[in-house]
Design a binder for this molecule. Structure first.
Ligand code: FAD
Length: 521
């Protein structure tokens, strides 16, 4: 049985901590009122965001794709009832929604503003290099970049354009992570151009996932302290290991951590220090990294086995991209895109403007995309994987542009005229510059990511995108939820460990289908 007076301190209010709180209550029998979540921002959810901005616009930094093998996420969401439809859980709602609004892209790429060839376009050399990477062990990929493993032509292929924009890879990113993605998502390769096999939530992920989980946790007495930054954690040696002793908070007295108490820390954050712009302002140049990176750096400086945050965060030029959310009152642009792509809004997914300097992609969301969305509003989202480069119509880097400039570039790329052009040009837009969004993908060596339960840790564990979970892939909700499950299992000894990562890469039929797809069959 858990010790009744033991307290559970969860640092960070992202999905890792929210999931850990659910698992503590559900699986380890921990009373909710012994759990406190500390979040430095004004609301929980972390990278899973979505909100109304003023009266006439909405904002999300991104849209998240799931798939059926996100088994830890599924297990989490099956616990939480859907607000307003209590007979249904959150995972069922995802399934119902995807049955009602099935997604298959008929237009993944645009060139010259028109539907383009969607074949993967890989040469025999490219396929050989992909296979070679998949068959190289991680031990031989320490510190390697993707660029080291492929010939130049590979990066011009449709495969790379689709792959990199779907998963946010750059040639300078980690070959190890690319290898994991190839293996983990190999069953999706035959449908990659059509984005088949992907699951989407009904609304943005704040409304569809975070808000219902927060409601469930609060109903069980969990305290969520927003606007509360954790600046340090004192960890002292004790007999047989190490113990967390004191949690330091910004602007509040330190919290004593007893031997029976537990601390769960989310390390780093892909959306830390991100900034926002509007129609007429560019997102400010991000300042110093926020609490997530500062805390990890402080801990890693004192404890060598707590990983190497600088590997991931030292060069924002290599880990930034920009996104924008546009709200329209006229349907003309949505109708234009539906005609162009052949997909009703919400059924197509990412459409990439393959020749754009910024490597722009857009998603026409199913409407409404926000629970509180005005019926007269339509909301779309887009991003530029190469926001560091000049646009083709607006000659500056995307991340320096105002929202109106971003729209002007999109209008130019799509060759828009008439009412679709007016609808887009008059949109309310919120832009976002995220300096660490691909930080998880920076080339790394063994040990740069710490273990969930570091050696000798008696009452603390680490979670999130920067701990090491063999076989699983970062830049996913699943990774953070799995890390929470491991942490709660290790710390309580009550909750079961997570189920193993599904090994589609060991299924000969899957491999055969993937090989056919790569060879253009
Ligand atoms: P975070 O969400 O980063 O949360 C950490 C939280 O902790 C933050 O709110 C931070 O403020 C807080 N915090 C950290 N340190 C401290 C401290 N010291 N004191 C107080 N507070 C602190 N995933 C998918 O599965 N599919 C997708 O298609 C997908 N697309 C994405 C697109 C975008 C644009 C983005 C941004 C993410 C996407 N992801 C996707 C990734 C997914 O959203 C993240 O992996 C996941 O949400 C990370 O959750 P987390 O809890 O580990 O960390």
């Amino acid at each position: 049985m858990p010790v009744p007076s033991a307290r559970h301190h969860l640092v960070g209010g992202g999905i890792a901590s929210l999931a850990a709180a659910v698992f503590l209550i559900r699986d380890a029998g921990v009373p909710g009122d012994t759990i406190t979540i500390y979040e430095e921002l004004d609301r929980p959810g972390g990278s899973l965001d979505g909100r109304t901005v003023g009266e006439d616009s909405y904002f999300t930094r991104g849209g998240r794709m799931f798939e059926p093998n996100f088994i830890c996420t599924r297990d989490l969401l099956e616990t939480i009832p859907m607000p307003g439809h209590e007979e249904r859980n959150l995972w069922q709602d995802i399934e119902y929604f995807n049955l009602a609004v099935p997604g298959t892209s008929k237009c993944r790429l645009l060139r010259d503003g028109q539907k383009a060839d969607m074949s993967l376009g890989l040469s025999a050399q490219d396929v050989f290099e992909l296979n070679r990477l998949m068959l190289t062990s991680e031990a031989h990929l320490q510190g390697h970049t993707i660029g080291q493993h492929f010939s130049r032509g590979f990066f011009d292929s449709n495969f790379w354009i689709m792959w990199s924009t779907m998963f946010s890879f750059q040639p300078w990113h980690s070959a190890m992570e690319m290898r994991r993605y190839m293996r983990r998502f190999i069953h999706l390769l035959p449908g990659m151009a059509e984005i088949r096999g992907i699951l989407r939530t009904r609304y943005n992920q704040y409304d569809s996932i975070v808000a219902p989980i927060v409601r469930w946790l609060r109903a069980r007495g969990v305290r969520i302290e927003t606007g509360r930054r954790v600046t340090d954690l004192r960890i002292d040696p004790v007999a047989g290991g190490r113990e967390a002793k004191e949690l330091m908070l910004d602007g509040a007295p330190p919290v004593t951590v007893g031997t029976e108490d537990r601390v769960y820390l989310t390390l780093g954050s892909m959306t830390d220090a991100s900034t926002q712009g509007s129609n007429d302002t560019a997102p400010p140049v991000p300042g110093a990294a926020g609490g997530a990176w500062a805390l990890w750096r402080r801990l890693a400086a004192r404890h060598r086995d707590l990983g190497n945050p600088d590997v991931f965060s030292r060069d924002p030029a290599q880990t930034t991209w920009s996104s924008f959310t546009a709200t329209m009152t006229s349907p003309a642009f949505f109708e234009y895109m539906e005609g162009l792509t052949g997909n009703w809004a919400g059924t197509g997914g990412l459409v990439t403007l393959a020749e754009s300097g910024w490597m722009l992609s857009v998603v026409m969301f199913h409407q409404p995309h926000f629970v509180k969305q005005d019926p007269g509003h339509l909301v779309m989202w887009g991003f530029g994987l190469r926001g560091d480069r000049d646009g083709d119509h607006v000659r500056k880097p995307m991340w320096e542009c105002t929202g109106d400039e971003v729209l002007a570039e999109l209008i130019g790329q799509l060759r828009l005229t008439g009412t679709p052009k007016t609808a887009l040009a008059e949109a309310r837009v919120v832009t976002s510059r995220m300096p660490y969004i691909t930080s998880q993908f920076m080339p790394r060596d063994r040990g740069d990511r710490p273990r969930v339960r570091p050696e000798g840790a008696k009452n603390f564990a680490l979670m999130g995108q920067f701990v090491e979970l063999p076989l699983d892939t970062v830049f996913t909700v699943e990774y953070s939820v799995r890390s929470a499950r491991v942490a709660v299992h290790e710390m309580t000894g009550k909750a079961a460990p997570p189920p193993p990562v599904v090994r589609e890469d060991r299924d000969p039929a899957v491999l055969l289908r993937a090989a056919r797809a790569l060879y253009g069959g």
